[in-house]
Design a protein around this ligand. Structure first.
Ligand code: IPM
Ligand code: MN
Length: 355
């Protein structure tokens, strides 16, 4: 297969983990005889510094003309505690989502045997947890009308029926490919927008009789996720609830450093780690590259290249097994490997793999 991939390293640890992900894709492409062309583009603080815009038109063009975007992270401490900043790196991410119409954010939560001891949850609760959160990504409070005054400020949580329907379709399709269980998470006891979600979901449930649909208030879902994460198979929710719940989901597995995500919609899909830019670790070669590398697996799988995706997953599992791990997930008494060492180990595992 011929693929063109836009590489957006962004800020903080982004560039370091991006390189490792790209190397893993190159190794995988060589192994299976694919031809991948990479083109790098600016995003986030790096783009603000270079051209004054966190998602420059040029970057948009590179993304639009690619088959997929391989994204790392944006965010920089220079902007975090400065409410007066006119442009922020995060706006680059939001602009990318909106302009590429990336309305469906797929965030899987799975556990790795080698990491269960790092989970804040007891082994018997978390072992075997495996669910996907489908987060609506281009609507709700993030993009609704807002005002920001000194005495009064508001954000509007607006959803149209069409927006709700299309994200529910994605969720139902996922449920069909998994354990046929969909949980719609909302706050229908309080919010009008949530009641629209529920009405639409109840109508659609009839079209998917093979999927069990249940409804859960978001506060209850937050609780259930730590009490009984194995309850969930596919969860679907609006933008803001999804933002919060997926951070919660990411730590259940023992480390945020392992969770990849995909965002799909109307144009080029984007593959990225769930974690952020960790500016304090920038340039230190200590960040965990696994979420980024697993994003590459999701990218291949998106294009139907299942074996390629599984080989990357296998290589990641082997690196954990061999204790070739960065400090955040290393077992006591073992050496903390650097970002580049972990990446190189995984690439060479793929290079030398014989089926
Ligand atoms: C995420 C991030 C973003 C979000 C930020 C950086 C704008 O937290 O992808 O979850 O809130 O969506
Ligand atoms: Mn978030």
């Amino acid at each position: 297969m011929n693929l063109k991939i836009a590489v957006l390293p962004g800020d903080g640890i982004g560039p370091e983990i991006s390189v490792q992900g790209v190397e893993v894709m190159k190794s995988t492409a060589r192994k299976f005889g694919h031809n991948i062309e990479f083109e790098e583009a600016l995003v986030g603080a790096a783009a603000i510094d270079a051209v004054g815009d966190p998602f420059p038109e040029k970057t948009f063009e590179v993304c639009r003309n690619s088959d997929a975007v391989f994204f790392s992270a944006v965010g920089d401490t220079r902007f975090d505690n400065n409410p007066a900043a006119k442009v922020r790196p995060e706006q680059g991410l939001l602009a990318m989502r909106k302009k590429l119409g990336l309305f469906a954010n797929i965030r899987p939560v799975e556990t790795f045997e080698a990491l269960i001891h790092l989970s804040p949850l007891r082994r018997e609760i978390v072992d075997g947890a495996d669910f996907v959160c489908i987060r609506e990504l281009t609507g709700g409070m993030y993009f609704g009308k807002k005002e920001e005054g000194d005495e009064c400020a508001y954000d509007t949580n607006l959803y149209t029926r069409a927006e709700v329907e299309r994200i529910l379709r994605v969720a139902y399709d996922y449920a069909r490919r998994r354990r046929h269980h969909l949980t719609v998470v909302d706050k229908a006891n309080v919010l009008a927008s949530s009641r629209l979600w529920r009405r639409v979901a109840k109508r659609m449930a009839d079209e998917y009789p093979d999927v069990t649909t249940d409804f859960m208030y978001v506060d209850n879902a937050a609780m259930r996720m730590i009490q009984d994460p194995k309850f969930f198979d596919v969860m679907v929710t609006e933008n803001t609830f999804g933002d919060i719940l997926t951070d919660e989901g990411s730590v259940i597995s023992g480390s945020m450093g392992l969770l990849p995500s995909a965002s799909t919609g109307e144009s080029t899909p984007v593959f990225e780690p769930v974690h952020g830019s960790w500016p304090q670790a920038k340039g230190l070669d200590i960040a965990n590259p696994l979420a980024q590398i697993l994003s590459a697996a999701m990218l291949f799988e998106y294009f139907g290249l299942k074996e390629e995706g599984s080989l990357i997953r296998k290589a990641v599992a082997a690196s954990l097994e061999a204790n070739v791990r960065t400090g955040d997930i290393q077992v006591e008494g073992e050496k903390a490997y650097s970002t580049s060492e972990v990446g190189a180990w995984i690439s060479s595992y793929i290079d030398n793999y014989e089926a």
